[in-house]
Design a protein around this ligand. Structure first.
Ligand SMILES: [Zn+2]
Length: 239
């Protein structure tokens, strides 16, 4: 291991950790963008539902008015027929039918009138919902655009770091390199190379063994007995 210059390794690690951070940030972006699109769609559906409520009330009013008109027409016919009827009982029956229709017409007209209040309320709600939702959608769109631009920046940064990486491989021997790469891809190790401070490993935070310390003093760096991470120490040169 003494073949490797610890500073080369630290420079490589600095790049790799930056790369790892950017890549994990980049991985989250599609999910965040999808969530924004889902939120927008939900708001658009809310606006459409409020507009639909207005249409429903309008249809109900038309239906009530239609029923009333139908009965009016019926009464007109009944009145025409009643003038031709000779029998008193028939005539009385017609008058009763006309009266009944008038009552129903009154009911339908009242219903239509009450629905007009509902229509006003539904229109107000629809307008307010549309306004509120459009404002929120505008903010969502801005957030989405920002995320999109950010993802482009992150992608550029990642490509730059990847292009730079080969330049940072010199000064590292193959054995150390393969150990380092293994540690870098390991989920249990946060940083492949960490400093021993006050006798404690900077990766697993456990006290390192005296053997480990003497290895570091001899070779400049070694592996932690506990986490297998690479360890170095800021030390006075006592060779
Ligand atoms: Zn450790």
């Amino acid at each position: 291991m003494p073949l490797t210059d610890i500073n080369s390794l630290l420079r490589l690690q600095e790049l790799d950790l930056k790369l790892r951070d950017l890549e994990s940030r980049h991985k989250l972006l599609p999910k965040e963008m999808k969530a924004l699109i889902a939120k927008r769609d939900e708001l658009l559906a809310g606006t459409a539902a409020a507009a639909d409520k207005v249409r429903q009330v309008e249809l109900a009013i038309k239906a009530a008015e239609g029923e009333a008109a139908k009965l009016e027409e019926e009464n007109r016919k009944l009145q025409q027929q009643s003038s031709l009827v000779k029998k008193n009982t028939e005539y009385q029956a017609m008058l009763t039918a006309i009266d009944n229709n008038k009552t129903k017409i009154g009911e339908f007209e009242e219903k239509a009138l009450l629905l007009l209040d509902d229509l006003e309320a539904a229109k107000k709600t629809a307008l307010k919902t549309k306004e509120d939702n459009n404002n929120t959608i505008k903010m969502i769109k801005a957030e989405f655009d920002e995320l999109f631009a950010f993802s482009k920046t992150v992608e550029q940064e990642i490509s730059k770091l990847k292009a730079e990486r080969p330049n940072r491989l010199c000064g590292i021997d193959p054995d150390t390199m393969s150990l380092y790469n293994r540690l870098l891809s390991s989920k249990s190790v946060r940083t492949p190379v960490s400093k021993v401070e006050d006798g404690v490993c900077g990766n697993c935070f456990l006290r390192v063994t005296p053997q480990c310390l003497s290895n570091i003093k001899r070779d400049k760096f070694t592996t932690c007995d506990n986490c297998q991470g690479l360890l170095y120490m800021e030390q006075e040169d006592n060779d």
